[in-house]
Design a protein around this ligand. Structure first.
Ligand code: GTQ
Length: 375
Protein backbone atom coordinates (compact mmCIF):
# COMPACT_ATOMS: atom_id res chain seq x y z
CA UNK A 1 0.00 0.00 0.00
CA UNK A 2 1.12 3.49 -0.81
CA UNK A 3 1.38 5.15 2.56
CA UNK A 4 -0.55 5.88 5.72
CA UNK A 5 -4.29 6.26 5.14
CA UNK A 6 -6.00 9.56 5.74
CA UNK A 7 -8.36 9.46 8.74
CA UNK A 8 -11.32 9.67 6.35
CA UNK A 9 -10.17 6.63 4.35
CA UNK A 10 -9.36 4.70 7.53
CA UNK A 11 -12.86 5.36 8.81
CA UNK A 12 -14.41 4.38 5.50
CA UNK A 13 -12.48 1.07 5.52
CA UNK A 14 -14.17 0.25 8.84
CA UNK A 15 -17.61 1.29 7.67
CA UNK A 16 -20.61 -0.99 7.54
CA UNK A 17 -20.57 -0.92 3.74
CA UNK A 18 -17.02 -2.27 3.54
CA UNK A 19 -17.55 -4.79 6.36
CA UNK A 20 -20.75 -6.11 4.80
CA UNK A 21 -19.09 -6.45 1.42
CA UNK A 22 -16.12 -8.33 2.89
CA UNK A 23 -18.44 -10.72 4.73
CA UNK A 24 -20.56 -11.14 1.63
CA UNK A 25 -17.71 -12.14 -0.69
CA UNK A 26 -16.33 -14.53 1.96
CA UNK A 27 -19.53 -16.57 1.43
CA UNK A 28 -18.30 -17.25 -2.10
CA UNK A 29 -14.69 -18.08 -1.13
CA UNK A 30 -13.46 -14.68 -2.26
CA UNK A 31 -11.02 -12.56 -0.27
CA UNK A 32 -10.53 -8.80 0.24
CA UNK A 33 -6.98 -7.92 -0.73
CA UNK A 34 -7.25 -4.46 0.84
CA UNK A 35 -7.51 -6.14 4.26
CA UNK A 36 -5.18 -9.04 3.62
CA UNK A 37 -2.11 -7.26 2.27
CA UNK A 38 -0.32 -6.77 5.62
CA UNK A 39 -1.00 -10.45 6.46
CA UNK A 40 0.02 -12.05 3.17
CA UNK A 41 2.69 -9.61 1.98
CA UNK A 42 4.89 -8.87 4.99
CA UNK A 43 7.45 -6.11 4.72
CA UNK A 44 10.14 -8.59 5.69
CA UNK A 45 9.91 -12.39 6.17
CA UNK A 46 7.56 -13.25 9.04
CA UNK A 47 7.52 -17.04 9.16
CA UNK A 48 4.91 -18.93 11.10
CA UNK A 49 7.70 -21.33 12.03
CA UNK A 50 8.99 -20.53 15.52
CA UNK A 51 12.37 -20.83 17.13
CA UNK A 52 12.23 -24.14 19.02
CA UNK A 53 14.43 -26.81 20.58
CA UNK A 54 13.98 -30.56 21.16
CA UNK A 55 16.29 -32.03 23.81
CA UNK A 56 18.27 -35.26 23.52
CA UNK A 57 16.58 -36.56 26.71
CA UNK A 58 13.13 -36.23 25.19
CA UNK A 59 14.24 -37.79 21.91
CA UNK A 60 16.03 -40.72 23.54
CA UNK A 61 12.98 -41.44 25.68
CA UNK A 62 10.51 -41.28 22.81
CA UNK A 63 12.75 -43.28 20.46
CA UNK A 64 13.16 -45.92 23.17
CA UNK A 65 9.37 -46.15 23.43
CA UNK A 66 8.98 -46.24 19.65
CA UNK A 67 11.47 -49.11 19.46
CA UNK A 68 9.21 -51.15 21.77
CA UNK A 69 6.10 -50.42 19.74
CA UNK A 70 7.21 -50.35 16.10
CA UNK A 71 9.57 -52.34 13.99
CA UNK A 72 9.94 -51.42 10.32
CA UNK A 73 8.03 -54.65 9.59
CA UNK A 74 5.18 -53.74 11.92
CA UNK A 75 5.28 -49.98 11.83
CA UNK A 76 5.35 -48.84 8.24
CA UNK A 77 8.21 -47.56 6.14
CA UNK A 78 10.58 -46.12 8.73
CA UNK A 79 10.95 -45.71 12.50
CA UNK A 80 11.30 -41.95 12.29
CA UNK A 81 9.88 -39.22 14.51
CA UNK A 82 9.82 -35.78 12.98
CA UNK A 83 10.18 -32.32 14.42
CA UNK A 84 6.88 -30.55 13.89
CA UNK A 85 7.28 -26.85 14.38
CA UNK A 86 4.61 -25.65 16.87
CA UNK A 87 3.92 -22.62 14.68
CA UNK A 88 3.00 -24.81 11.71
CA UNK A 89 0.60 -27.32 13.23
CA UNK A 90 -2.56 -26.01 11.56
CA UNK A 91 -2.91 -29.11 9.40
CA UNK A 92 -4.36 -31.58 11.92
CA UNK A 93 -3.44 -33.89 13.49
CA UNK A 94 0.23 -34.13 12.50
CA UNK A 95 1.07 -30.81 10.94
CA UNK A 96 2.63 -31.18 7.54
CA UNK A 97 6.07 -32.47 8.43
CA UNK A 98 7.33 -28.93 8.64
CA UNK A 99 10.23 -28.21 10.96
CA UNK A 100 10.58 -24.90 9.12
CA UNK A 101 8.37 -23.65 6.29
CA UNK A 102 10.48 -25.58 3.76
CA UNK A 103 12.45 -28.21 5.70
CA UNK A 104 11.36 -31.46 7.34
CA UNK A 105 13.75 -32.97 9.89
CA UNK A 106 13.44 -36.18 11.91
CA UNK A 107 15.36 -38.70 13.92
CA UNK A 108 15.38 -42.28 12.73
CA UNK A 109 16.42 -45.41 14.60
CA UNK A 110 17.40 -48.76 13.11
CA UNK A 111 18.08 -51.75 15.35
CA UNK A 112 20.43 -54.62 14.54
CA UNK A 113 18.71 -57.05 12.16
CA UNK A 114 16.10 -54.57 10.97
CA UNK A 115 15.35 -53.63 7.39
CA UNK A 116 13.60 -50.55 6.03
CA UNK A 117 12.27 -51.38 2.56
CA UNK A 118 13.35 -49.42 -0.51
CA UNK A 119 11.21 -46.65 -1.96
CA UNK A 120 11.65 -43.50 -3.99
CA UNK A 121 10.03 -40.11 -3.97
CA UNK A 122 10.25 -36.66 -5.45
CA UNK A 123 11.52 -35.24 -2.15
CA UNK A 124 15.28 -34.99 -1.71
CA UNK A 125 16.68 -36.54 1.46
CA UNK A 126 19.82 -36.45 3.55
CA UNK A 127 21.08 -38.13 6.68
CA UNK A 128 23.53 -37.20 9.39
CA UNK A 129 24.68 -40.11 11.54
CA UNK A 130 24.60 -39.24 15.23
CA UNK A 131 25.12 -42.63 16.88
CA UNK A 132 26.36 -46.12 16.05
CA UNK A 133 27.59 -47.94 12.99
CA UNK A 134 26.95 -51.20 11.15
CA UNK A 135 23.91 -50.24 9.10
CA UNK A 136 23.98 -49.44 5.43
CA UNK A 137 21.65 -47.45 3.26
CA UNK A 138 21.28 -48.80 -0.26
CA UNK A 139 20.86 -45.99 -2.80
CA UNK A 140 20.34 -46.98 -6.46
CA UNK A 141 21.97 -50.34 -5.82
CA UNK A 142 24.94 -49.00 -3.85
CA UNK A 143 25.28 -50.20 -0.25
CA UNK A 144 26.71 -47.31 1.73
CA UNK A 145 27.92 -48.18 5.21
CA UNK A 146 27.30 -45.43 7.72
CA UNK A 147 29.40 -44.33 10.69
CA UNK A 148 29.09 -41.58 13.30
CA UNK A 149 29.50 -38.10 11.84
CA UNK A 150 28.94 -39.21 8.24
CA UNK A 151 26.69 -37.10 6.05
CA UNK A 152 24.78 -38.85 3.25
CA UNK A 153 22.60 -37.64 0.43
CA UNK A 154 19.66 -39.23 -1.38
CA UNK A 155 18.47 -36.62 -3.88
CA UNK A 156 15.03 -36.93 -5.42
CA UNK A 157 13.76 -40.04 -7.20
CA UNK A 158 16.61 -42.36 -6.21
CA UNK A 159 15.64 -45.75 -4.79
CA UNK A 160 16.73 -46.09 -1.18
CA UNK A 161 16.29 -48.48 1.73
CA UNK A 162 18.24 -49.36 4.87
CA UNK A 163 19.40 -52.49 6.68
CA UNK A 164 21.28 -52.99 9.92
CA UNK A 165 23.87 -55.77 9.74
CA UNK A 166 25.79 -54.61 12.83
CA UNK A 167 25.35 -55.00 16.56
CA UNK A 168 24.42 -51.65 18.15
CA UNK A 169 21.33 -49.50 17.53
CA UNK A 170 21.88 -46.65 15.09
CA UNK A 171 20.42 -43.19 15.31
CA UNK A 172 20.52 -40.57 12.60
CA UNK A 173 18.97 -37.31 11.52
CA UNK A 174 16.89 -37.22 8.35
CA UNK A 175 16.12 -34.01 6.52
CA UNK A 176 13.99 -33.64 3.41
CA UNK A 177 12.29 -30.88 1.45
CA UNK A 178 8.86 -32.39 2.28
CA UNK A 179 7.08 -29.09 3.19
CA UNK A 180 8.38 -27.44 0.02
CA UNK A 181 7.05 -30.20 -2.21
CA UNK A 182 3.85 -30.41 -0.18
CA UNK A 183 3.38 -26.66 -0.58
CA UNK A 184 3.90 -26.62 -4.32
CA UNK A 185 2.00 -29.85 -4.95
CA UNK A 186 4.97 -31.78 -6.32
CA UNK A 187 4.81 -35.02 -4.34
CA UNK A 188 5.38 -38.44 -5.94
CA UNK A 189 6.09 -41.59 -3.93
CA UNK A 190 6.65 -45.17 -5.04
CA UNK A 191 7.41 -48.28 -3.00
CA UNK A 192 9.96 -50.74 -4.39
CA UNK A 193 8.26 -53.92 -5.54
CA UNK A 194 10.65 -56.32 -3.80
CA UNK A 195 11.29 -54.99 -0.29
CA UNK A 196 14.92 -53.99 -0.04
CA UNK A 197 16.79 -53.36 -3.30
CA UNK A 198 19.72 -55.71 -3.97
CA UNK A 199 23.26 -54.38 -4.59
CA UNK A 200 24.12 -53.56 -8.20
CA UNK A 201 27.52 -51.90 -7.71
CA UNK A 202 30.37 -52.46 -5.22
CA UNK A 203 29.83 -51.32 -1.60
CA UNK A 204 30.75 -47.71 -0.83
CA UNK A 205 31.28 -47.19 -4.56
CA UNK A 206 30.98 -43.39 -4.78
CA UNK A 207 32.95 -42.76 -1.58
CA UNK A 208 35.77 -44.89 -2.97
CA UNK A 209 35.70 -43.17 -6.36
CA UNK A 210 35.86 -39.72 -4.77
CA UNK A 211 38.33 -40.38 -1.98
CA UNK A 212 40.84 -37.98 -3.50
CA UNK A 213 38.66 -35.06 -2.47
CA UNK A 214 40.32 -32.50 -4.72
CA UNK A 215 40.29 -34.70 -7.83
CA UNK A 216 37.49 -36.52 -9.57
CA UNK A 217 37.43 -39.57 -11.82
CA UNK A 218 37.97 -38.73 -15.47
CA UNK A 219 34.63 -38.86 -17.24
CA UNK A 220 32.74 -37.35 -14.30
CA UNK A 221 32.76 -33.79 -15.61
CA UNK A 222 29.05 -33.82 -16.50
CA UNK A 223 26.44 -33.09 -13.83
CA UNK A 224 25.09 -36.04 -11.93
CA UNK A 225 22.91 -35.60 -8.90
CA UNK A 226 24.92 -37.68 -6.43
CA UNK A 227 28.45 -38.43 -7.68
CA UNK A 228 29.45 -38.75 -4.00
CA UNK A 229 26.85 -40.23 -1.66
CA UNK A 230 28.71 -40.33 1.68
CA UNK A 231 30.78 -37.47 3.10
CA UNK A 232 32.88 -39.14 5.78
CA UNK A 233 33.34 -37.55 9.19
CA UNK A 234 37.16 -37.75 9.11
CA UNK A 235 37.31 -35.85 5.84
CA UNK A 236 34.91 -33.18 7.09
CA UNK A 237 36.94 -32.66 10.26
CA UNK A 238 40.10 -32.46 8.17
CA UNK A 239 38.56 -29.62 6.19
CA UNK A 240 37.70 -27.81 9.40
CA UNK A 241 41.20 -28.32 10.83
CA UNK A 242 42.60 -26.62 7.73
CA UNK A 243 40.49 -23.56 8.50
CA UNK A 244 41.65 -23.52 12.11
CA UNK A 245 45.11 -22.35 11.08
CA UNK A 246 43.48 -18.95 10.49
CA UNK A 247 40.99 -16.62 12.13
CA UNK A 248 37.43 -17.94 12.35
CA UNK A 249 34.56 -16.41 10.40
CA UNK A 250 33.00 -13.92 12.86
CA UNK A 251 29.47 -15.18 12.11
CA UNK A 252 30.06 -18.89 11.54
CA UNK A 253 33.22 -19.93 13.35
CA UNK A 254 35.05 -22.70 11.48
CA UNK A 255 32.40 -23.88 9.06
CA UNK A 256 32.32 -25.93 5.87
CA UNK A 257 29.58 -26.62 3.39
CA UNK A 258 28.91 -30.04 1.84
CA UNK A 259 29.07 -29.72 -1.95
CA UNK A 260 28.54 -31.76 -5.08
CA UNK A 261 32.16 -32.35 -6.19
CA UNK A 262 31.21 -32.03 -9.84
CA UNK A 263 29.52 -28.65 -9.64
CA UNK A 264 30.62 -27.00 -6.38
CA UNK A 265 26.92 -26.43 -5.63
CA UNK A 266 25.07 -27.75 -2.59
CA UNK A 267 25.34 -31.53 -2.16
CA UNK A 268 21.53 -31.76 -2.37
CA UNK A 269 19.80 -29.68 -5.05
CA UNK A 270 17.25 -28.16 -2.67
CA UNK A 271 18.89 -28.29 0.77
CA UNK A 272 22.13 -26.73 1.95
CA UNK A 273 24.21 -28.44 4.65
CA UNK A 274 27.08 -27.37 6.86
CA UNK A 275 29.33 -28.61 9.61
CA UNK A 276 30.46 -25.89 11.96
CA UNK A 277 33.07 -26.06 14.68
CA UNK A 278 32.92 -23.62 17.58
CA UNK A 279 35.80 -24.06 20.01
CA UNK A 280 34.91 -23.60 23.70
CA UNK A 281 34.40 -19.90 24.42
CA UNK A 282 33.72 -18.85 20.83
CA UNK A 283 30.87 -16.37 20.51
CA UNK A 284 29.74 -15.61 16.95
CA UNK A 285 28.27 -12.26 15.92
CA UNK A 286 24.55 -12.08 15.22
CA UNK A 287 23.09 -12.33 11.73
CA UNK A 288 19.73 -12.67 10.11
CA UNK A 289 18.90 -13.90 6.63
CA UNK A 290 16.02 -14.95 4.43
CA UNK A 291 16.69 -18.67 4.78
CA UNK A 292 15.75 -20.90 7.71
CA UNK A 293 17.98 -23.47 9.42
CA UNK A 294 17.58 -26.68 11.42
CA UNK A 295 20.54 -27.41 13.70
CA UNK A 296 21.68 -30.65 15.24
CA UNK A 297 24.28 -30.37 17.99
CA UNK A 298 26.62 -33.26 17.19
CA UNK A 299 29.19 -32.59 19.90
CA UNK A 300 29.72 -30.17 22.74
CA UNK A 301 27.59 -27.65 24.55
CA UNK A 302 26.57 -24.05 24.25
CA UNK A 303 23.67 -21.77 23.51
CA UNK A 304 22.17 -19.87 20.63
CA UNK A 305 20.41 -16.55 21.13
CA UNK A 306 17.46 -16.28 18.72
CA UNK A 307 15.67 -12.93 18.66
CA UNK A 308 16.90 -12.30 22.20
CA UNK A 309 15.88 -15.69 23.62
CA UNK A 310 18.60 -18.02 24.85
CA UNK A 311 18.35 -21.66 23.68
CA UNK A 312 20.78 -23.86 25.61
CA UNK A 313 21.94 -26.92 23.70
CA UNK A 314 24.19 -29.94 24.05
CA UNK A 315 25.08 -32.96 21.93
CA UNK A 316 21.95 -34.71 20.67
CA UNK A 317 19.65 -31.65 20.72
CA UNK A 318 17.91 -30.18 17.66
CA UNK A 319 16.81 -26.59 17.21
CA UNK A 320 15.31 -24.24 14.64
CA UNK A 321 16.36 -20.77 13.57
CA UNK A 322 13.42 -19.42 11.54
CA UNK A 323 13.69 -17.06 8.56
CA UNK A 324 14.84 -13.51 9.30
CA UNK A 325 15.51 -14.19 13.01
CA UNK A 326 18.60 -12.65 14.61
CA UNK A 327 20.82 -15.39 15.96
CA UNK A 328 24.29 -15.90 17.40
CA UNK A 329 26.04 -18.93 18.89
CA UNK A 330 28.17 -19.31 21.98
CA UNK A 331 30.04 -22.55 22.68
CA UNK A 332 30.69 -23.35 26.33
CA UNK A 333 32.44 -26.62 25.39
CA UNK A 334 34.12 -27.50 22.07
CA UNK A 335 31.14 -27.88 19.75
CA UNK A 336 30.26 -29.25 16.34
CA UNK A 337 26.93 -28.15 14.88
CA UNK A 338 25.49 -29.87 11.83
CA UNK A 339 22.88 -27.78 10.05
CA UNK A 340 20.42 -27.96 7.17
CA UNK A 341 19.20 -24.83 5.40
CA UNK A 342 17.02 -23.84 2.46
CA UNK A 343 19.52 -21.49 0.80
CA UNK A 344 19.28 -23.42 -2.51
CA UNK A 345 15.51 -22.77 -2.56
CA UNK A 346 15.93 -19.08 -1.69
CA UNK A 347 18.67 -18.79 -4.31
CA UNK A 348 16.47 -20.37 -6.95
CA UNK A 349 13.94 -17.58 -6.29
CA UNK A 350 16.73 -14.96 -5.90
CA UNK A 351 15.39 -14.10 -2.43
CA UNK A 352 18.38 -14.57 -0.17
CA UNK A 353 19.36 -11.50 1.84
CA UNK A 354 21.76 -11.39 4.76
CA UNK A 355 22.16 -8.70 7.43
CA UNK A 356 24.74 -8.44 10.18
CA UNK A 357 23.70 -7.11 13.60
CA UNK A 358 25.84 -4.03 14.02
CA UNK A 359 24.95 -2.93 17.52
CA UNK A 360 26.63 -4.01 20.78
CA UNK A 361 29.60 -5.53 18.97
CA UNK A 362 27.23 -7.93 17.19
CA UNK A 363 25.60 -9.34 20.32
CA UNK A 364 21.91 -9.21 21.21
CA UNK A 365 20.57 -8.42 24.65
CA UNK A 366 19.24 -11.62 26.20
CA UNK A 367 15.59 -11.10 27.13
CA UNK A 368 14.46 -14.65 27.89
CA UNK A 369 15.33 -18.31 28.07
CA UNK A 370 13.72 -21.21 26.22
CA UNK A 371 12.67 -24.07 28.49
CA UNK A 372 12.97 -27.40 26.71
CA UNK A 373 10.99 -30.45 27.79
CA UNK A 374 12.96 -33.15 29.61
CA UNK A 375 15.89 -31.03 30.64
O1 GTQ B 1 14.64 -43.07 5.47
O2 GTQ B 1 13.86 -43.04 3.47
O3 GTQ B 1 12.42 -39.35 7.85
O4 GTQ B 1 11.75 -41.60 2.94
C1 GTQ B 1 11.24 -39.46 5.80
C2 GTQ B 1 11.08 -40.02 4.56
C3 GTQ B 1 13.08 -40.94 6.24
C4 GTQ B 1 13.86 -42.61 4.62
C5 GTQ B 1 12.24 -39.92 6.63
C6 GTQ B 1 11.93 -41.05 4.14
C7 GTQ B 1 12.93 -41.51 5.00
Amino acid sequence: MAGPMSPEVAQFMKSQLVTDFKNDIAEYNLGPLWEAIPEIMHKTPKPQAEAYLWSSELLEKKMGEAAQIFTPDRGGERRAIYFQNPGLTYRKPWGWGSTTQTIYAAIQMLQPGEKAPSHRHSQSALRFISKGSGAYTIVQGERIFMEEGDFLITPKNLWHGHEHVGTEPMLWMDALDIPTLYGIGGTFFEPYADGLEQPGVPDNFTEQRYRGGMVRPVGDDKFTVAPLANYKWDRTVDGIKGLMAFDPDPHHGFAVEYINPSTGKSANPTLGTRMQHLPAGMHTKALRHTHSTVYHAHKGEGYTVINGVRFDWKAGDYFVVPNWAWYEHKATKDAYLFSVNDIPIMDRFELEQVQAYDEQNGHQTITGEFKADFR
